[in-house]
Design a protein around this ligand. Structure first.
Ligand SMILES: Cc1ncc(COP(=O)(O)O)c(C=O)c1O
Length: 357
């Protein structure tokens, strides 16, 4: 149903043009939202758990942006589960302690059941990471990490994994293909919480896994079909609509994040700024106690005090308010997701909240 994307185009053009119905007189420019649990017999799909034309449009667009074949899921965690299912029983997965806590919690559960072994290493240390890869079955990397925003040298790490014959996964939720395209650096799979920047409007949950190897794609699709980890077609339609402006949103949010990180680094209430100079996330460790940090989050009028990230609206939260968050994360660390509002309005609101608290 979808037209093949022209991969010589820039990412901005692909974001707008990919995943549209064929051009024909009076055909719609946008994909229809197909609400169907079943299809007329005789075709390749047959049933709503095996495929949906609206997902397909989103997958074509995201796959074109990442340079692979995308499979969409009901949430980012469903995509994470699908990818972890690639690890053989009893296999070993190399990852960092500094990663999304939902992924770490899932790994811990799988390890406690004896399904796999988790080898944790500081992935920002190239030599330690390379040593940990020996005999492993999967490398799981996040860069920048959540919420300390530390950068992993993906180019080197993925090359080392490739040389060792270890399949590699990059959770690229924070980066998006606008900032990095890990498949081009040798990653086997790229994972996204499409809930975040890809859809960009804080109005849906969705996930995706993108791969180049046909056998890997087949397993990712089979997992979705058998586990029923399917997205809704309204969600897929909204995610595709959000994707159309990904490049513009990222451009604005990244520029504002750089300005805010600089201003925050000179503010007396701020002890440390974690900002990797790419992406639109900034974490700050505030001077003062936990209650004062909470007061800052409650005192903003524009910034939304909420979890999640990657929406058009700026949001913030103290990460340790979640009991599952790593104890490595300082108690007064506030993670900021910079949106696309006017940067001076954002700064004034934040500065006033810091003054008031
Ligand atoms: C880096 C990262 N990966 C995966 C997920 C899970 O995605 P979802 O909440 O869509 O299940 C999140 C959610 O916050 C995330 O931040």
């Amino acid at each position: 149903m979808t037209e093949p994307p022209d991969l010589t185009l820039s990412l901005a053009t692909i974001a707008v043009a990919a995943g549209r119905p064929p051009r024909r007189a009076d055909g719609p420019m946008n994909p229809p939202i197909v609400m169907a649990s079943t299809y007329h017999a005789g075709g390749d799909v047959g049933y709503g758990r095996y495929g949906n034309p609206t997902w397909e449009m989103f997958e074509t667009a995201l796959g074109s942006l990442e340079g692979g074949v995308a499979t969409s899921y009901a949430s980012g965690m469903a995509a994470v589960a699908a990818v972890l299912d690639l690890v053989p029983d009893g296999g070993t997965i190399v990852t960092s302690a500094d990663a999304y806590y939902g992924t770490l919690a899932m790994l811990e559960r799988l390890q406690s059941r004896g399904r796999l072994t988790v080898r944790q290493v500081d992935l920002t240390d190239n030599d330690a990471a390379a040593a940990a890869l020996s005999g492993a079955d999967l490398l799981w990397a996040e860069s920048p990490t959540n919420p300390l925003l530390r950068l992993v040298d993906l180019e080197t790490l993925l090359a080392r994994a490739g040389a060792e014959g270890v399949p590699s996964v990059v959770d690229s939720t924070f980066n998006t293909p606008i900032v990095a395209r890990p498949l081009e650096m040798g990653a086997t799979v790229v994972v996204h919480s499409a809930t975040k920047y890809l859809s960009g409007h804080s109005d849906l949950l969705m996930g995706a896994a993108v791969a180049r190897d046909a056998a890997v794609v087949e397993r990712l699709v089979a997992y979705r079909s058998l586990q029923g980890a399917v997205p809704g077609s309204i969600e897929a339609w909204l995610a595709l609509r959000g994707l159309r402006t990904l490049h513009l949103r990222m451009e604005r949010a990244q520029a504002s994040a750089a300005v805010l990180a600089d201003r925050l680094s000179r503010h007396p209430r701020v002890a440390t700024v974690h900002y990797p100079a790419c992406g639109a996330m900034v974490s700050v460790v505030l001077n003062g106690d936990v209650a004062a940090a909470e007061r800052v989050c409650d005192a903003t009028r524009l910034w939304v005090h909420a979890t999640s990230l990657g929406g058009v609206e700026s949001s913030l939260e103290r990460r340790r308010r979640w009991p599952g968050e790593s104890s490595e994360v300082p108690e007064t660390l506030v993670r900021l997701s910079v949106g696309i509002e006017d940067v001076d309005d954002l700064w004034n609101d934040l500065a006033a909240a810091l003054e008031r608290s």
